[in-house]
Design a binder for this molecule. Structure first.
Ligand code: AMP
Length: 174
């Protein structure tokens, strides 16, 4: 399957959730069995053979791809969630948005020193969310083996913020 076929299955919604944003809707890609398999297999192929203990997925679309990827790569899955959702002790990381700040959390005992982690989300825009996820992983002294995304928005240069930390991989780019 070509990269273009995957792109054709991702729906663009202009001005969602606010004016000026071109929202990349992955529900249309998820619905297509062949595209879903191609996305996951392509991504898994990039990381096959690399030492990865856990996939860390970012709420909520990172859970969809992250858990499936963990299954294929034969490793465990760890969720990073919005504040107040995880039941046990957490560590938190704030990060800057265009206006204001946001925060993500991970269980404080989710990772141990030296664990090798692949961070997964559906889309890389400015890289702020993935960088905050990386900060959480490093607070627990785990190592980042890479970042994996289904979609990368090149104009927002998120890759530049992450590339000094670890390998950055995306299935399709816009
Ligand atoms: P960023 O932190 O700027 O890299 O933004 C990445 C996060 O915001 C991901 O969790 C995405 O799901 C979401 N996101 C940002 N821009 C878009 C977009 N144009 N379409 C869909 N999701 C987006």
């Amino acid at each position: 399957m070509s990269e273009q076929s995957i792109k054709n299955s991702i729906r663009n919604i202009p001005d969602f959730p606010k004016k000026g944003i071109q929202f990349k809707d992955i529900t249309t890609a998820l619905k297509n069995a062949e595209v879903l398999k191609e996305i996951l297999d392509t991504c898994a192929e990039h990381y096959r053979g690399k030492k990865i203990d856990y996939v860390v997925g970012i709420e909520s679309r990172g859970f969809i791809f992250g858990t499936a990827l963990a299954y294929i790569l034969n490793c465990g899955f760890i969720p990073i969630r919005k504040p107040g959702k995880l039941p046990a002790d957490v560590i938190a990381q704030e990060y800057a948005l265009e206006y204001g700040t946001d925060c993500i959390e991970m269980h404080a005992d989710a990772l141990s020193k030296g664990d090798k982690v692949l961070i997964v989300d559906d889309l890389l825009a400015t890289g702020g969310t993935a960088k905050a996820a990386a900060d959480l992983v490093r607070k627990l002294e785990a190592e980042i083996a890479g970042f994996a995304f289904v979609i990368e928005l090149n104009d927002l240069h998120g890759r530049d913020r992450l590339a000094s930390i670890a390998d950055v991989y995306s299935v399709v780019q816009y």
